[in-house]
Design a protein around this ligand. Structure first.
Ligand SMILES: [Zn+2]
Length: 510
């Protein structure tokens, strides 16, 4: 809990449309915003030195409403496959790492995207067997892994487990998805210390981007230690956390009780990339409409068990059917428990393809939305996989931010890091510069998604997300003002510093 005073700044409180030039924080909280003279006097009285911002912009610290800390940290240490142009290049990168990494480490590759490889398929187990140690490659969305024979044997996965892919002749392809994907990730040899270090790295990286709160999406299996580790370290973690468990525990699980949250990035449906996001209409370039990973009854009983215990609920939903089903469930459970109407905390992750009826239903029930503007900014448009899989009309209707805000939905912004970079300014930029202008929002609205509405999205708006007296003193200092700069350059604005609870925890030229 620190004290800090800034003058000669461009302080945007995100509370009223007013601006100030100075701000004072005492004991980790905003004590005052005002003009230079007022703050200088108040700082002098409190014995705090003032820092001259020379015109830099101050905003509330950013919230990333959906990020995977462990995946991001592991990926930062891994071999990047995202921009590999073909399979020989993937193999080449593995060989380079093989020559330099410690002998006892598995080669960990990440962010492979088969759609971007010339062959339009991932490398096979046989192709990966040219490497003489275990190879483990994660896809960009976390939906499958690729392994060579050494890794497969060491993981001890049963050949008949769901998701162990085989070719027509029954040979293993090395691709593990569904249950096998989860198991493989779970069994990857890593100590608890390595696990925690990876998440802590992500927390520190967040501060470099001006992010002071992360809605962490962790623990995709029962044995994944991430949630437990984060709860242990909540006090000394580099950023504030709202921890969402991406697994369905028993409703009385003590960890869920401690978090006050039961649901999270639990995959009610899947992703566009793997044609598993659930729609009412089929994909344009393959069979089927995607599918739900849980029955309606399973998901409903899970939601009800959380609501009656006053635990916050959320699901990962992307396709229209996934969204619609989640809202049907929320409606049924809330209809059964009208006594929870004012206290239930309902939220949904992603919310990619809602129709107008579902947007309105969500708004009416007060369901808060945690979405990711960089998805369509980085991966949408006429040339994209969204277009080829969904067709023009559906592709253009994806992530309709404008409609969501116009309906009065609370929309928090996030990265889904490591799926898109952990970078709130990129997120703000993306919300303003969508591939189709009708889906874009104004810079002010976009900043709100990552500050005041971000805080609301985690039910923290009573003490975070705005710069006003009494609020937690989390601030980001930017070289330029995202509200007035050329909107096409928002993502290039430099973060000069980050303040968390009144302490300057990151300094980069102020
Ligand atoms: Zn998700």
């Amino acid at each position: 809990m620190g004290n800090i005073a800034f003058v000669h700044g461009n302080v945007i409180p995100m509370d009223v449309r007013k601006r100030y030039t100075a701000v004072l924080a005492l004991d980790g909280k905003i004590a005052a915003v005002g003009n230079d003279q007022e703050i200088k006097e108040a700082a002098k009285k409190a014995g705090i030195p003032v820092k001259d911002l020379k015109g830099a912009t101050v905003l509330p610290g950013f919230h990333d409403c959906h990020a995977h800390l462990s995946l991001t940290g592991f990926d930062a240490q891994g071999i990047n496959m995202y921009d590999a142009k073909d399979i020989p290049e993937v193999i080449e990168r593995l060989k380079e790492a093989d020559a330099s990494w410690d002998q006892d480490r598995w080669l960990y590759g990440m962010r492979i995207d088969e759609g971007l490889l010339a062959e339009k398929r991932p490398p096979t187990m046989e192709e990966l067997d040219v490497i003489g140690r275990p190879v483990f490659i994660s896809d960009r969305g976390g939906h499958y892994v690729l392994v060579n024979r050494l890794a497969y044997d060491a993981l001890g996965i049963d050949d008949d487990l769901e998701g162990v892919r085989k070719d027509e002749s029954g040979r293993l392809t090395g691709r593990l998805q569904d249950k096998a994907n989860k198991e493989a990730r779970n069994r990857f040899p890593r100590t608890r210390q390595e696990f925690y270090e990876a998440m802590k790295w992500t927390g520190e990286e967040a501060l470099r981007k001006g992010i002071t709160t992360i809605h962490a999406q962790e623990g995709f299996t029962k044995d994944d230690p991430a949630v437990e580790l984060l709860l242990e370290h909540e006090e000394d973690f580099p950023v504030d956390l709202v921890i969402y468990w991406c697994y369905m525990p028993e409703a009385d699980d003590p960890l869920a009780k401690k978090m006050g949250i039961l649901g999270g990035d639990i995959l009610l449906d899947g992703s566009i990339g793997s044609r598993t996001a659930a729609f009412f209409d089929p994909y344009c370039d393959g069979d089927g409409c995607g599918y739900l990973n849980y029955t309606y009854e399973e998901a409903r009983d899970f939601v009800e068990s959380g609501i009656v215990r006053d635990l916050a609920m959320s699901f990962h939903v992307i396709g229209q059917k996934g969204i619609s089903t989640a809202l049907d469930i929320y409606e049924e459970v809330m209809g059964k428990h009208p006594e929870k109407k004012d206290t239930a905390r309902l939220r949904l992750e992603h919310f990619g393809w809602p129709d107008q009826r579902d947007i309105d239903r969500a708004a009416q029930m007060g369901v808060r939305i945690s979405t990711q503007p960089p998805f369509t900014y980085l991966r949408g448009g006429p040339e994209s996989i969204y277009r080829s899989r969904l067709g023009e009309d559906r592709e253009k209707a994806g992530y309709p931010l404008r409609l969501m805000l116009d309906a009065g939905l609370c929309v928090g912004g996030g990265s889904d890091s490591d799926i898109t970079p952990l970078d709130a300014l990129l997120g703000i930029h993306a919300a303003v510069n969508q591939p189709y202008p009708e889906n874009s929002v104004t810079p002010y609205e976009a900043v709100r998604m990552y500050t005041s509405e971000g805080a609301r999205c985690g039910w923290e708006d009573d003490y975070k997300g705005k710069l006003k007296p009494g609020m937690q003193a989390d601030m980001v200092i930017l070289e330029e003002d995202p509200l007035t700069v050329n909107p096409q350059t928002i993502k290039d604005i430099k973060v000069l510093g980050t303040v968390r609870k009144g302490d300057l925890v990151y300094e980069n030229g102020i």
